[in-house]
Design a protein around this ligand. Structure first.
Ligand code: NAD
Ligand code: UDP
Length: 309
C-alpha cells in the first residue's frame, strides 16, 4: 500500500513509519514539526519507499498519485501544549481532520483516525469501554484537545456515513517509549528526565490519580491490526495495567536508580482521576494483546533518554 501518515515525524508517527516500511509499504510522512522532529525520521532518509512532506494539514492537502490509506495522527498531545497552543490543537483536530478526510474521499483511501482516551474526559465509568460517552468539560483547559478529538471522531463517522469513506477510529490510551521529547511535558519524559538528572520526581496532586501505560511497539501493532481489519466503530488500544502516578514515580526511581525521591506539585485543572482501557474489543476483534511489560518498556525508554539528558 501507499500510506500517508500525518504527524509522521512525531513520537508514535515515526514508529508507525518504521513498522509500515518494514512490512513492505510505501510511506509518505506529512508533518509541520510543531511538536515533532526530523530527528525521528532521519534514519529513513535513504529509503526509496519513504518520503517526508513538510506541510501543515490545517491548510489544503495536495498529494500527487494514488493513496491507499491515510493514518491521521497530526495533533499535539501533551497537556502542557493545551495551554501553550490551544488554537493550533483545535484547528488540527477540526480543519486538519476535514482536510485529511477530503484526501481519503478523493483518493478512495482507507482512513484511520488517531483518537484518544481523552474523549472519555474525567471518566465516571471505570475501566472505560468504547460505548461510554464520556465526561468532558468543554470550556476547561483540556477541552481544546478533548473536544477537537471528539469533533474529529464525529466528522470521521459523518464521512463514513455520508460519503462512504472506509474509516477506522482508534482510541489510544497513554503510550510511551523512545522518541518522546525530553521537554514534551508528559509524565514519562518528565519523570525519566528528572530521574536521570538525579532530581526528585514532580508528582502532581497527591499522586492518587491512575493511568495505564502502553509501550509504543504494542500500540503500533494495534494500529496496524485495526487498519487491516473491517471494524469501523471505535476500538480502545492501551495497556490495562493500571497504577497510581505515585506508584509509577517509585517504579521509575527504582529502575533509574534515583535516590532523590518525590516532590509534590499542584494538580492541574480537570486532570482525570482514573484511566484504564477496557480492551475487550481489541482482544476479540483484532486478536490484540499488549506484549511488553512496564519494567521492560521503561528500561528501553530510560536507555533512550540516558544519552540525551
Ligand atoms: P507527537 O507530538 O510526538 O506527534 C504529533 C505530530 O503531529 C508531531 O510530529 C507534530 O509536529 C504533528 N502535527 C501537529 N499539528 C500538525 C499540523 N497542523 N500539521 C502537520 N503535522 C502536525 O505526539 P504523539 O504522542 O506521537 O501523538 C500522535 C497522535 O496520537 C496524536 O494525534 C495524539 O493525539 C494521539 N494520541 C497519543 C497518545 C499518547 O499517549 N502518546 C495518547 C492518545 C492519543
Ligand atoms: N503528572 C505528574 N507529574 C508530571 C507530569 C504529569 O504527576 O511531571 C501526572 C499528570 O497530572 C497526570 C498523569 O501524570 O495525572 C499523566 O500525565 P500526562 O501529562 O502524561 O498525560 P495525561 O494522561 O494527563 O493526558
Amino acid at each position: 500500500m501507499r500510506i500517508l501518515i500525518t504527524g509522521g515525524a512525531g513520537f508514535i508517527g515515526s514508529h508507525l513509519c518504521d513498522r509500515l516500511l518494514a512490512d513492505g509499504h510505501e510511506v509518505l510522512a506529512m508533518d509541520n514539526l510543531i511538536t515533532g522532529s526530523t530527528d525521528n525520521i532521519s534514519h529513513l532518509a535513504g529509503n526509496r519507499r519513504f518520503k517526508f512532506i513538510h506541510h501543515d494539514v490545517t491548510d489544503y492537502i495536495y498529494v500527487p498519485g494514488p493513496v491507499d490509506a491515510i493514518m491521521h495522527l497530526a495533533s499535539p498531545a501533551s497537556p502542557v501544549d493545551f495551554d501553550r497552543i490551544p488554537i493550533q490543537i483545535l484547528k488540527v483536530g477540526s480543519l486538519g481532520t476535514h482536510n485529511a478526510l477530503g484526501v481519503a474521499k478523493e483518493k478512495g483511501a482507507r482512513f484511520l483516525l488517531a483518537s484518544t482516551s481523552e474523549v472519555y474526559g474525567d471518566p465516571l465509568i471505570h475501566p472505560q469501554p468504547e460505548n461510554y460517552w464520556g465526561n468532558v468539560n468543554p470550556i476547561g483547559i483540556r477541552g481544546v484537545y478533548d473536544e477537537a478529538k471528539r469533533f474529529a471522531e464525529a466528522i470521521t463517522m459523518a464521512y463514513h456515513r455520508i460519503h462512504g469513506v472506509d474509516t477506522r477510529i482508534i482510541r489510544i490510551f497513554n503510550t510511551y517509549g523512545p522518541r518522546m521529547r525530553l521537554s514534551d511535558g508528559r509524565v514519562v519524559p518528565n519523570f525519566v528526565g528528572q530521574a536521570l538528572r538525579g532530581e526528585p520526581l514532580t508528582v502532581y496532586g497527591d499522586g492518587s490519580q491512575t493511568r495505564s501505560f502502553c509501550f509504543v511497539s504494542d500500540l503500533v501493532d494495534g494500529m496496524v491490526r485495526l487498519l487491516t481489519s473491517d471494524e469501523t466503530m471505535p476500538v480502545n488500544v492501551g495497556n490495562p495495567t493500571e497504577l497510581t502516578i505515585l506508584e509509577f514515580a517509585r517504579v521509575i526511581n527504582r529502575l533509574a536508580g534515583n535516590p532523590a525521591g518525590i516532590a509534590f506539585k499542584p494538580l492541574p485543572a480537570d486532570d482525570p482521576h482514573v484511566r484504564r482501557p477496557d480492551i475487550t474489543r481489541a482482544r476479540t476483534i483484532l486478536g490484540w494483546e499488549p506484549q511488553v511489560s512496564l519494567d521492560d518498556g521503561l528500561a528501553t525508554t530510560i536507555g533512550y533518554f540516558r544519552s540525551r539528558v
